[in-house]
Design a protein around this ligand. Structure first.
Ligand SMILES: [Zn+2]
Length: 217
């Protein structure tokens, strides 16, 4: 990949992270964004507020997992991003947020059932919540991968959300939709209404339709 292409990706990561911040999906300095390279990855730095972040602040991690001196430190969730790219060859971007409604649900260690057809956007008939592990740990990466099996999103217990995409735009869109769905689900629960869950056959039809989107006719 050329330097110009990498610069473009750094700018896209910066813009994407700022869009999460502007939408209220990444309170404080929470959340992180990465994109896979042919070898290694680019990831948001640790502890830099999004509005102050510049494309040059995005941290490059080489194929061996090391980063060059003189850069900011990478996000503390680097092990999570690494584990996802290693286990899921189709994934080219990872977005992690502490978006409020999805995080609230994760604190009850509950996932999202098929109460709305948009759940299929995450690749299956539900969005699971992982088991709990300390942020930044290898154990969290392991538990997240388990919850992500066959899915493009999962909640992380007492923590937040992780969303995957074939590109950055998809991972950002899924992260935003998970927050939207979690908000709707919490509204239902708060109204003490019983969600009517769509059956497996309907969710499969919807997944097939989603898979067709964007393909040439
Ligand atoms: Zn986090």
């Amino acid at each position: 990949m050329s330097t110009a292409e990498q610069d473009e990706l750094r700018a896209a990561i910066c813009a994407g992270a700022n869009s999460l911040h502007a939408a209220g999906l990444a309170p404080g300095k929470s959340g992180n964004v990465s994109v896979r390279l042919d070898e290694g990855l680019l990831i948001t730095p640790s502890g830099v507020p999004y509005p102050a972040m510049r494309p040059k602040d995005i941290v490059g991690i080489d194929g061996a997992g090391s980063f060059r001196a003189g850069q900011y430190r990478p996000s503390t969730e680097l092990p999570l991003h690494h584990a996802i790219y290693a286990a899921r060859p189709e994934v080219r971007a990872v977005v992690h947020t502490h978006s409020p409604h999805a995080t609230a649900l994760s604190c009850a260690r509950r996932g999202l059932p098929a109460f709305h057809y948009m759940i299929a956007m995450a690749g299956g008939p539900d969005v699971r919540c992982s088991g709990y592990a300390t942020f930044g740990s290898e154990q969290l990466a392991t538990l997240a991968l388990r919850a992500l099996e066959g899915r493009k999103a999962a909640l992380l217990a007492n923590h937040g959300v992780v969303a995957l995409g074939a590109d950055l735009a998809e991972a950002l869109a899924i992260a935003a939709e998970i927050e939207n769905l979690a908000r709707q689900y919490l509204l239902l629960l708060a109204a003490r209404l019983e969600p009517v869950v769509l059956d497996a056959a309907e969710m499969q039809r919807i997944q097939a339709q989603f898979a067709d989107y964007g393909r040439p006719q």
